[in-house]
Design a protein around this ligand. Structure first.
Ligand code: DGY
Length: 326
């Protein structure tokens, strides 16, 4: 665990309570102020609460857009996000003010890929419907036809975005006997591809995806990527899985396809407008929904926090920042 040895501790505004070990290290090395758990910060809160601070440690639930960045106190020198995704921080606006922005790659790969598999299995094996039967005390006993799902072995998994998490998801899915297809900006080297079939176009991938798992970042190009015309390109009865970012999916289009049966089921951990997800999903039986838990293990959340602090430590020690994204 790195230690910031400056005698005057930099003042750090943390937008949300962090895991205890991370908070302890932050307090050891920084004059840290933490926002109370649960409260959603407005842009004004972030601006006011970080006045007199040297740095902000934020997370995807506390976006820092261009307007907010313009109004941050001039003392703010760096923004670290407790996440691999960084679309919630306006990198350009930060660069204009010479504020580095950092993220926490690598350490959440396995935890997120585990949840992608949980979603694939939960959706295809109708886990939500089974849990509801038990919770509502409506289970009348085993029958040969009860809650029959579909087997994933032998099915084609389409990985949209074959970065670290996409590859780790593919590794897990291979163990379940799935055939891996992927689309990525560039084709992977054979040792990373591990026999997966590369599709030059995303649309080519859609056509063969019995299960489509989304792992691309949210950018202006991927916003609402999975819209009605592209959903229609998926095989009938396909399954949609998302552990990346909610807005990559056009929710109304997916909900319609889940109702018609063109999409048989969906497993979603992320949603546009979190935490206020499109209520159309909650009325459906053929979905398996989680509240953005992809990285939520104690090991991973500690590692994310330590990485965010490593980035801050490097900056304040005048070293190269390991995970700068702007
Ligand atoms: C991230 O790091 O971007 C994740 O969404 C948090 O789980």
């Amino acid at each position: 665990m790195g230690e910031n040895t400056n005698t005057t501790k930099p003042k750090l505004f943390i937008t949300r309570a962090l895991p205890p070990a991370v908070e302890a290290r932050a307090r050891r090395d920084y004059d840290a102020i933490t926002q109370n758990e649960g409260a959603v910060l407005s842009a004004g809160d972030i601006i006011n609460k970080s006045t007199n601070c040297d740095a902000i440690l934020t997370c995807p639930a506390d976006p820092i857009n261009g307007e907010t960045i313009k109004q941050l106190n001039e003392r703010i020198k760096i923004i670290a996000t407790f996440s691999v995704g960084f679309e919630h921080v306006d990198l350009g606006a930060a660069a204009m003010r010479n504020i580095p922005v950092t993220n926490t790659p690598d350490v959440l790969t396995d935890a997120t890929a585990d949840v992608a598999l949980l979603l694939i299995l939960g959706a295809t094996r109708r886990a939500a419907e089974g849990m509801k039967l038990i919770a509502e005390n409506k289970w009348t006993g085993w029958t040969p036809t009860q809650l029959m799902g579909s087997q994933i072995g032998g099915k084609r998994l389409g990985v949209l975005g074959m970065g670290r998490i996409g590859q780790a998801t593919a590794d897990r899915a291979r163990a379940f006997g799935m055939e891996i297809h992927y689309h990525n900006r560039s084709r992977l080297a054979p040792e990373l591809e591990k026999g997966a079939t590369y599709h030059e176009s995303a649309e080519g991938l859609l056509a063969v995806s019995d299960v489509l798992s989304i792992h691309c970042p949210l950018t202006p190009e991927t916003n609402k990527f999975l819209n009605a015309p592209r959903i229609a390109m998926l095989p009938k009865g396909a399954v949609v899985i998302n552990t990346a970012r909610g807005p990559v999916i056009d929710d109304d289009a997916l909900i319609t396809a889940l109702k018609t049966g063109h999409i048989s089921t969906a497993g979603l951990d992320v949603f546009a407008g979190e935490p206020k997800l499109n209520q159309g999903y909650t009325k459906l039986d053929n979905v398996f929904l989680l509240p953005h838990l992809g990285s939520a293990t104690i090991e991973t959340r500690n590692a994310m926090g330590f990485k965010a602090l490593d980035n801050l430590d490097a900056f304040f020690a005048g070293r190269e920042i390991p995970n700068r994204v702007n």
